[in-house]
Design a protein around this ligand. Structure first.
Ligand code: NAP
Length: 333
């Protein structure tokens, strides 16, 4: 028996996930879709021979939908997650979980009422083989304690409407989660800095530097460059007491020619983390089927959101601000 899934949001990543869940994830069956733009849902529904609902709320309430994947635009996430929780349905929500800490707290309160984890957040880097190998090495203790992380998140360009704050809430949010996961630590304080600006961006800060300090004093710097004009380039180096560990570049052929050695750099996030998304959904479907979620939780979505808010509040103040969260409920320990 397959897990019957409804997908809300038929944009870029929604269509990718419908394809992935249909073609690559054992035990999964996408039975319904919805989108704010009805033609988008109807097109996907016709392609897969499934049902299109007029609204996300109708899809969540549909009796044949056992679990929901949310891939609509950021501002709609929290409302749909709450609908799913009220219906006691498992829900996978693309990042960010919500746009405000208050909405994340509502989600946590509703999940606590359910008495078990029902929400997973789309922090797919935790399933990337490179990051997983880094974490295993750090956790083994062979390199000693982590001291610093140098990371960078570079995108080729941004669509119209991109804003400075989204460089944190929508882009660097992946680093906010993965650095917490790699170190196994919570954040103490955060600051975002504006540096010399690139002529490649208009109307928003680019680059920005995100600075974080963990409770034990690990210092993290993340270069966020959202219009680099050359590639989708994700880098991460963890500096430990007895050595360093780097995120590997994706496999690529190396060409030797014209007295030079070169390899291509990917330009699209869909390709860069394609295998991580596949593994993420394979594990999510197994976990939902077993009734026990293990992937990134509402708490992880909440901490990322609080940290992103803190960073955005720090902009222009010249100060590190304390990252302040509610107490972690036992459900997430
Ligand atoms: P997109 O191409 O703009 O797709 C979003 C889709 O959702 C659009 O079809 C949009 O319709 C629809 N939509 C907007 N508001 C809605 C609502 N209230 N109810 C139902 N549908 C609604 O964006 P995307 O790149 O696929 O991103 C979607 C989400 O995935 C974002 O939250 C993004 O942060 C996340 N994402 C995550 C990753 C990752 O690495 N994990 C990568 C990419 C995206 P309209 O066009 O009519 O507004």
């Amino acid at each position: 028996m397959s897990l019957k899934i409804g997908v809300i949001g038929c944009g870029a990543i929604g269509r990718e996930h419908v394809r992935r869940l249909t073609d690559l994830v054992p035990g999964a069956e996408v039975v319904a879709v919805a989108d704010y733009f009805p033609e988008a849902a109807e097109k996907v529904a016709a392609q897969y021979g499934i049902k299109a609902y007029a609204t996300g709320e109708e899809l969540v309430a549909a009796p044949e939908v056992e679990a929901v994947v949310i891939t609509s635009s950021d501002p709609s996430h929290a409302g749909y997650v709450l609908e799913c929780l009220k219906a006691k349905k498992y829900v996978f929500c693309e990042k960010p979980l919500a746009q405000t800490a208050a909405d994340c707290e509502k989600i946590i309160a509703e999940e606590l009422k359910a008495g078990k984890r029902l929400v997973q957040v789309g922090f797919m880097r935790r399933f990337d083989r490179g990051y997983v190998a880094m974490k295993e090495l750090i956790d083994s203790g062979k390199l000693g304690a982590p001291l610093m992380i140098h990371a960078c998140h570079r995108n080729v360009s941004q669509p119209a409407g991109f804003q400075t704050e989204m460089g944190v809430t929508n882009v660097a949010i992946h680093e906010l989660d993965i650095c917490r996961w790699l170190t196994g630590e919570e954040y103490e304080s955060a600051q975002v800095l504006k540096v010399r600006q690139s002529a490649n961006s208009k109307g928003y800060d680019n680059p920005q530097i995100v600075l974080l300090e963990t409770k034990s004093g690990v210092r993290i710097d993340v270069e966020v460059q959202v219009a680099d004009c050359y590639g989708y380039d994700i880098q991460c180096q963890v500096v430990c007491e007895n050595g360093t560990v780097n995120l590997p570049d994706p496999a690529a052929v190396v060409t030797r020619s014209d007295a030079s050695r070169s390899f291509p750099i990917l330009t699209d996030w869909k390709d860069r983390f394609i295998e991580a998304y596949d593994i993420e959904f394979q594990e999510w479907v197994k976990a939902v089927t077993a009734g026990k979620l293990t992937g990134p939780s509402s708490w992880d979505g909440y901490v990322a959101c609080v940290t992103a808010d803190t960073l955005n509040r720090s902009r222009g103040t010249g100060a590190f601000l304390k990252v302040e969260t509610i107490e972690k409920p036992d459900l997430y320990k």
